[in-house]
Write a protein that binds this ligand. Sequence first.
Ligand code: SF4
Length: 380
Amino acid sequence: MIQRNPTRAVRIGRVTIGDGHPVAVQSMCATPTTDVDATLAQLHSLEQAGADIVRIAADNRRDADALIRIRGESEAVLSVDLQENYRLAEVLAPHVDKIRYNPGHLYHHERKKPWKDKVSYLVEIAEQHDCAMRVGVNAGSVDPEKASLYDREDSVTPMVESALEHADWLDSIGFTRYCVSLKDSDPAKTVAAYQAFAAARPDIPLHLGVTEAGMPPMGIEKTRIAFEQLIGCGIGDTIRVSLTLPHERKHEEIAAGRQILEDIAAGRVRTVVHFNPDRLNLISCPSCSRVENEAFIDLAQKVQERTRWAEQHALTIAVMGCRVNGPGETDDADLGLWCGPRYVNLKRRGEKVGAFTYDDILERLDAELHALVDGSANGN
Ligand code: SF4
């Protein structure tokens, strides 16, 4: 029997997480939010698959209007992901059960305004409209002020410090109806971040996830490795398995999450679960409403096939679906791709190589991969 951390109970609509409640399984719609029919279809399929909570992104007023229409057609427990525009909270809070904000994104909007004022504003709105909140920290978009205080190689500490700082502020203003997430695409760093946060604040419910885990089966494996180490030690109150999947298969995230939870509860876990650092590591984002060309999903699959020959090499390839987060999220990869409407950008170890059409990119990626493999064989 796993001894779970003594977290606070946090109610999100009709679902409660923390304080010994069952671990809630959630997912996020990846359709453009403004495509109300497609988003509703995906929302229904996630609910049918057993999603406890579904997140939908809102970047602008058009997304917000669409989300309000979606709410009108669904009874699902909904969380809004406030991406760059935190002020949409006042429009959307009356229609959702939870507000997710990212401290890194909060930094970029209205820079002159102190972040504490922005969080206090969100709290006021959440309290007024009976919403829970999530402080969602991501390795690829940590608050730059926080990140600048630490060694560039250390991506875990700034994430943990940023989350702790926000938790302290929320508590100090009397708001405790929130959970925290600290996601990285590397399962080992994800585990380290959650463990450090949970050691400091075992009372705060945690939303677990490995970001940009990639496609099944590898994406599920990476997530499983992290979740086994965390949930097995009593850490985690709600989970999301982020997978790169075509829209009609997005609901598989829920089945994957439930299977992992079932296996852990039944003791079907490994004792040592370090993700193999000696092999090719392919990362791809789960896609969301920011994807501008759906060829991204197909591309992620083709990259997997095309790079199979390099499986025995310890290199990381990241494939990201958009131009907004793609450039930052690919910084630490040996080869990073991020997708625009017509071109795919390619970066080698942080340096831009160029932009290529969807038809040409695989050829160029293959050439760059050969050069890296040959370089490491020659000791370069
Ligand atoms: S990288 Fe872009 S498309 Fe992919 S999940 Fe993140 S924001 Fe969405």
